[in-house]
Design a protein around this ligand. Structure first.
Ligand code: AMP
Ligand code: ZN
Length: 457
């Protein structure tokens, strides 16, 4: 029986996953900065870690899943100012929209969703510890900085060398810093900006310190898995390591995981490039019943360490694949019961998922199993298909309802009218009804015995 191996960004190797406490796993994922809707690139990263958490649980681990909310940040302040809206109103509204998007993507709710503004105390304490250890200093402008040259391991995650990094920095961008690589822990208050009192004077935290403070509070000084998008390796995660290990003297994270980018055209989807499709606009263009799982499949069927380029064709393709899987489950109602891991399909699926979450292979197994279900009409195999899907958050909707989708016309009434028209040999009317349904995206299937079934195109 295979056991889980995870590619650790820190070592650049696949390593057997050995949790700190047997039977448990602590997972921390950097969450959204809540000033706008998430785009499908963000959605990819959050879906990847949803898959990771689900699979850890499927292997029997008791997982504590933490995903933070960054609700204090320059972008948030700028957006609130531009809209003439109080910061809290903006962040509350954005968090609510994020939760809706997550629900549609079938993401499990994290066990804890700490918000930065509610952890100012622990952040200030952590900065004080860093100061007492000589790793932080108060600059002339009132800001507090982390002193990168005093933390020996700096650069170990992103494998950067300090001299190369310095060469890349323009000199004296910020005169207050002792070294151009030093990063801000606490920003002194400025008029019109939110501020909290602290031993460093009134101010607000820098971005990086929140994840160090909140992860320590929720999961301890050392925990198992820390995740985020590829771009967070540097500087964000490098800085988290410096802060956390600098303060505790303990290793911070045992396995670092990073999800590759989702691209739009040639480039990474990102707000600053302006090439974004928000998750909600994509979902609004899809069937209300099928769309969430369809987008989820697009985001997860590729391996999480490979980039994907978002296109409408890929999205349509994911929809077709999903309808194929659900059709098999509709035609052969699945037997209930736990997954039989001794079955060859289940074993291959598990081996793939245990091999650093190899979803392309895992989905290939599901498609083979679908063909086998269609061939054999075996409720046990259909049950296996549904059960394997459950471990990664797929195929749990009622097949008939899924395949019918969210329809706006009264299909049953039109089918009855069409049958009456056929009985009365009014074939023109029967055809017109078929066409009307076709225009509404509904395909009729006439079955033996005069029964007509339907599905969404
Ligand atoms: P942000 O709200 O910008 O901090 O991003 C939230 C998460 O989405 C972070 O983990 C980012 O690394 C990730 N992310 C941003 N853009 C992309 C993208 N194009 N593809 C995949 N992940 C992304
Ligand atoms: Zn973070």
């Amino acid at each position: 029986m295979s056991t889980l191996a995870i590619h650790n960004t820190l070592t650049r190797r696949k390593e057997p996953f050995v949790p700190l406490v047997p039977g448990r796993a602590g997972v921390y994922v950097c969450g959204p900065t809540v000033y706008d809707y998430i785009h499908v690139g963000n959605a990819r990263t959050f879906s990847v870690f949803d898959l990771v958490v689900r699979w850890l649980r499927a292997t029997g681990l008791e997982v504590t899943y933490v995903r933070n909310v960054t609700d204090v940040d320059d972008k948030i302040m700028d957006r609130a100012r531009a809209r003439g809206e109080p910061i809290e109103a903006l962040t509350e509204r954005t968090v609510a929209a994020f939760e809706e998007d997550c629900a549609r993507l079938l993401l499990v709710k994290p066990d804890r969703e700490p918000r930065a503004t509610r952890y100012i105390g622990p952040m200030v304490e952590l900065i004080s510890v860093l100061e007492s250890k000589g790793l932080a200093y108060r600059a002339a402008n009132g800001d507090v900085y982390f002193s990168v040259r005093d933390f020996p391991g700096y650069g170990k995650l992103s494998r950067r060398n300090l001299d190369d990094l310095r060469a890349g920095e323009r000199v004296a961008i910020e005169a207050a810093k002792h070294d151009p690589l030093d990063f801000v822990l606490w920003k002194a208050a400025k008029p019109g900006e939110p501020a909290w009192p602290s031993v460093f004077g009134d101010g607000r935290p820098g971005w990086h310190i929140e994840c160090s403070a909140m992860s320590a509070r929720e999961l301890g000084a050392t925990f198992d898995i820390h995740g985020g998008g590829w771009d967070l390796q540097f500087p964000h995660h490098e800085n988290e390591i410096a802060q956390s290990e600098g303060a505790s003297g303990q290793p911070f994270v045992r396995y670092w995981m990073h999800a590759a980018f989702l691209n739009m055209g040639e480039e990474k989807m990102s707000k600053s490039l302006g090439n974004v499709a928000t998750a909600r606009e994509v979902l609004a263009s899809l069937d209300p019943v099928q769309g969430g799982e369809q987008l989820r499949l697009l985001l997860l069927r590729g391996h999480y360490r490979s980039e994907i380029t978002y296109t409408r064709e890929l999205l349509d393709d994911a929809g077709n694949a999903l309808r194929g899987l659900y059709t098999a489950l509709r035609e052969t109602p699945p037997a209930d019961g736990p997954v039989d891991w001794t079955s060859p399909w289940a074993a291959r699926f598990r081996d793939a998922m245990n091999d650093d979450f190899d979803t392309p292979v895992a989905f290939a197994v599901l498609h083979e199993l679908r063909a086998e279900v269609n061939r054999t009409r075996s409720p046990a195999l259909a049950g296996l298909l549904k059960g394997l899907g459950a471990t990664i958050g797929f195929l749990q909707q009622e097949p008939d309802a899924f395949l019918k989708g969210g329809v706006t016309v009264d299909v049953a009434a039109l089918i009855a009218e069409r049958q009456a028209a056929k009985r009365a040999k009014d074939y023109a009317r029967a055809d017109a009804i078929r066409q009307e349904l076709d225009a509404a995206g509904i395909v009729l299937e006439d079955k033996p015995g005069g029964v007509t079934e339907w599905r969404k195109k």
